[in-house]
Design a protein. Sequence first.
Length: 346
Amino acid sequence: MLKTKINLFAIAFFCLFTGISYGQVSDTTKAKKTQDTISLKVKTDSSINTMAAIDAARYDSLLLKIANGDQSGHWPVKKAPRPLPGAIFPFYRVVAYYGNMYSKNMGVLGQYPPKVMLEKLQGEVKSWTAADPTTPVKPALHYICVTAQAEAGKNGLHNLRMPFKQIDSVLHMAQKINALVFLDFQVGFSTVQQEIPRIEKYLLLPNVNIGIDPEFSMKEGSVPGKRIGTFDAADINFVSGYLAGLVRKNNLPPKILVIHRFTRKMVTNYQDIKLHPEVQLVMDMDGWGGPDLKKDSYKYFISHEPVQFTGFKLFYKNDIKNPPKRMLTKQEVLKLQPAPVYIQYQ
């Protein structure tokens, strides 16, 4: 019965093929010019001391708190190193709005005018703070900077790289509410090794982090959206190692790496994923559906295959499509074992 239910997530592709008719942006002088306008002097949260040492006792106690009495032995994750100073988790919870500025169908981030969207996000931040007053909440904008495409496109990679000016606009919006930024990758026929170094300059900003989506990593050659893709531990290790190197070299606060997941095959060899003090990994339960289906998927694909921290995605529209036609409440999410430290809204 469970297998039948969870297989329903195989049709949970969000609307990435929306008839967008803008062009591919190449690594030309024009793209570089827009990228070079970014200032590295980004406002940071003064409550995060990037120089003070981590309070080990508090860190360990917070890990026990979010484990929520888990008896499986998985949580807290024993192999995880304590992070460098300036780490977000488990001291904060992050609440993010997800999407793309060119599409109203890919998530709430692009569905509303920026001012309205930021007000809605701040409302969710207040609601999560009220639901768990012991954990401060930081807002975030989770922007899909490389979108998978049904057509091969000019680069033949079945992906579309967003203009740097769009990334700039997301950074400017984030600055208005002192939010974190996540740049998300749907690589299509490409790889994280090929795509992520392109945006390195943005990763030198202290508030910019990474998301990667195995659903649209089409290693076997299928068109994105036809089948669910996959990343191996080796792909994830490349990204986390790359970020760890940037943190060490540039004296940055730890980066966050979010990996989306709602099936077992989306992430292979999870036990071989390497952890670094410079990077905090979040396995994000990314599927949509009713409360029981989402809780089952979180249990079997996130909680039972522990990496470091966990996340949970809530869909304003898709989660209420079928009976009982309601989203999980914040209190229900907080009771999960472990409690997610990263919440994403689409």
